[in-house]
Design a protein around this ligand. Structure first.
Ligand code: PLP
Length: 367
């Protein structure tokens, strides 16, 4: 049997007719950038995320960069980031000229450890950027408490966790302003690049709207040196269609994750992902750990099961960050996760036989 890591063809097949209708309506409208499709999607995503505002932008990285920009974060400022994350979180901080201050995760949840944040706060610290990694909400209530105590901003990197909860409240609704991504492989994927910010603050939303469009609110009048980072009409129309099914698709992923949890309990040296108290996951990824990671991945590949390593090299070890002079052995928990993690196939529409095949193949490896 063949089990792909992620079956994007299958996911999008379910929307084929609807997507074609959206395509036709955008072509017929003759309007492709900054129009009614975007406004409609922004309104609906804000409602979904229980925030007052959503502003569509070109991609998830830009959502984070523009969020930091409108908070006035830049040169000379420090931003606390997780040591275990996709490099985009760090890059956003670097692009605005601020310094990344990494904090280690809890090994069990893979997410930033709130109890290690305070010791990293200095007079230069301006913000905390928790990343709801692999789809699991960070302990955002605790992180907001720390931010309040030290008067810091919080910018959630919610690229992976749309629809996950901490203490009954949605990710992407905790921080002062938050970024998300609709990259095709995310839980709600566009058919290209797309992203958005969410916030309850009118002024921040307004500033992102200006910044994403050349620093202009009125055409050809530019208030600030802005960017070109707009979410186009076609992607907005596609996303608006998919938004209606986002939580149902997340629930499918959760059911698959629970199935894995049952079947892979006490198998070999496998360590299953754990949820922090009061935190949920949309299971963007199902990440296990094992000392035999490389061998197990090779074995699964030979048996037709696709897996991915998220991520093989943590940001502090990337060549791109050589300038910060971290030691490779800094951040041992991030390093341990990078050396032992393996993401198993998970996607809406994954068949029970496929889940069973993955589990039985893993069991046969350890047998
Ligand atoms: C995908 C992702 C991003 C960036 O999103 P893009 O749309 O690819 O720019 C940022 N942070 C995390 C954690 C991501 O997974």
């Amino acid at each position: 049997m063949n089990v792909p890591f992620l079956d994007l063809k299958k996911i999008n097949k379910a929307y084929e007719l609807g997507l074609q209708e959206k395509l036709k309506s955008v072509i017929d409208s003759g309007w492709f950038i900054m129009g009614s499709q975007l406004l409609e999607f922004e309104k609906n995503y804000a409602t979904f995320n229980t925030t007052n505002y959503c502003v569509g932008v070109g991609n998830g990285l830009d959502a984070l960069i523009l969020s930091l920009k409108v908070l006035g974060i830049g040169e000379g400022d420090e931003v606390i980031v997780p040591s275990n994350t996709y490099i985009a979180s760090w890059l956003a901080v670097s692009y605005v000229g601020a310094k990344v201050i990494p904090v280690e995760p809890k090994l069990e949840t893979y997410n930033i450890n709130p109890s290690l944040i305070e010791e990293k706060i200095t007079s230069k610290t301006k913000a905390i950027m928790p990343v709801n990694l692999y789809g699991q909400a960070c302990e955002l209530d605790k992180i907001m408490g720390i931010a309040d105590k030290y008067n810091l901003f919080v910018v959630e990197d919610n690229a992976q966790a749309q629809g996950a909860y901490c203490k009954g409240k949605l990710t992407g609704s905790f921080g002062h302003i938050n970024g998300t991504s609709f990259y095709p492989g995310k839980n709600m994927g566009a058919l290209g690049d797309a992203g958005a910010i969410t916030t309850n603050h009118e002024e921040l939303a307004k500033q992102v709207k200006t910044l994403r469009n050349y620093g202009s609110q009125e055409k050809y009048y530019n208030e600030v040196k802005g960017f070109n980072s707009r979410l186009d009409e076609l992607q907005a129309a596609f996303l608006d269609l998919k938004l209606k099914n986002l939580q149902a698709e997340n629930n499918q992923r959760i059911a698959i994750a629970n199935n894995y949890m049952q079947q892979l309990k006490n198998v070999g040296d496998i360590i299953l992902p754990a949820l922090a108290e009061n935190c949920s996951s949309n299971y963007h990824l199902f990440v296990i750990r094992t000392e035999k990671r490389n061998e197990l991945q090779k074995f699964l590949h030979e048996k037709g099961v696709g897996t991915v390593i998220h991520y093989p090299v943590p940001p502090h070890k990337q060549k791109a960050y050589a300038d910060l002079n971290f030691n490779a052995s800094d951040f041992p928990i991030a390093n341990l996760i990078a050396d032992t993690c393996l993401s198993l196939p998970i996607f809406p529409g994954m068949e029970n036989e496929q889940i069973d095949y993955v589990c039985n193949t893993i069991k046969s490896y350890y047998a």
